[in-house]
Design a protein around this ligand. Structure first.
Ligand SMILES: [Zn+2]
Ligand SMILES: [Zn+2]
Length: 141
């Protein structure tokens, strides 16, 4: 997996500020997921997702609530969000237990990220602008 060249913001929070977190490693990848579940929870086209080793995520304050659902591929995904304002913070996947998937928009400085790939392009919305120079995956790598 590619690593980021630029230094990336190491902290983030939810909309109400009740949840704050810190990342203690550089992201392994940054990608857009166009699966229907990500469209539903993000309320938009794709979800912007930063992948890190699981131990790199540190919750500094607040409480994360969890909603677990089987993904389009049949694996359990655990989506964690602020119990107060509902902001989606991260997902954990049973199929990839060593990693955590952070919602990029919750970082304090998302502009420092460089996207690498589009996932689940088979369910991408026709009105969703997609950078075709990125790696494309019909489903997941
Ligand atoms: Zn909140
Ligand atoms: Zn998805």
């Amino acid at each position: 997996m590619d690593t980021q060249e630029a230094p990336v913001s190491r902290s983030g929070q939810c909309l109400c500020g009740g949840v704050r977190y810190q990342l203690e490693a550089e992201p392994l990848s940054f990608m857009f997921c166009h699966c229907r579940d990500c469209q539903t929870v993000s309320g938009g086209g794709p979800a912007a997702i930063v992948m890190l080793p699981k131990p790199a995520f540190r919750l500094l304050q607040g409480t994360l609530k969890t909603y677990s659902k089987r993904s389009d591929r049949g694996n359990m995904a655990h989506r964690r969000f602020c119990a107060e304002c509902g902001s989606q913070i991260l997902s954990e996947l049973d199929a990839r237990p060593r990693f955590v998937f952070i919602k990029a928009g919750t970082l304090d400085d998302p502009a420092s990220l460089t996207p690498r790939a589009n996932l689940w392009i088979r369910s991408a919305q026709p009105w969703s602008a997609m950078d075709r120079t990125l790696k494309q995956f019909e489903t997941e790598p």
